[in-house]
Design a protein around this ligand. Structure first.
Ligand code: SF4
Length: 78
């Protein structure tokens, strides 16, 4: 199930970067990122557990990760 309150978008480069996948997987306290064979996978069932800590945004290059707050239209990114 996709999130009702939160969506996370990855740039194409971020999606295919296995090293970044592991960083994101390690950074997120609620396991929204999984390191798969081809790079980063989003664990949709966990999206609404996001606590908006920003650790994923900080762990990735600028523009790679955007955490979207679907309930107010704002987002976390850099
Ligand atoms: S903001 Fe925090 S809880 Fe939300 S996806 Fe990023 S690391 Fe996970």
């Amino acid at each position: 199930m996709p999130g009702v309150f939160i969506d996370v978008e990855l740039s194409d480069e971020a999606r295919g970067d296995a090293e970044l996948a592991q960083k994101l997987s390690d950074a997120c306290p609620v396991d929204i990122f999984a390191a798969g064979d081809g790079g980063t996978e989003i664990v949709e069932d966990n999206l609404d557990e996001c606590i908006l800590c920003g650790l994923c945004v900080d762990a990735a290059p600028a523009g790679a990760v955007t955490v979207k707050k679907l309930y107010d239209g704002t987002s976390l990114s850099r």
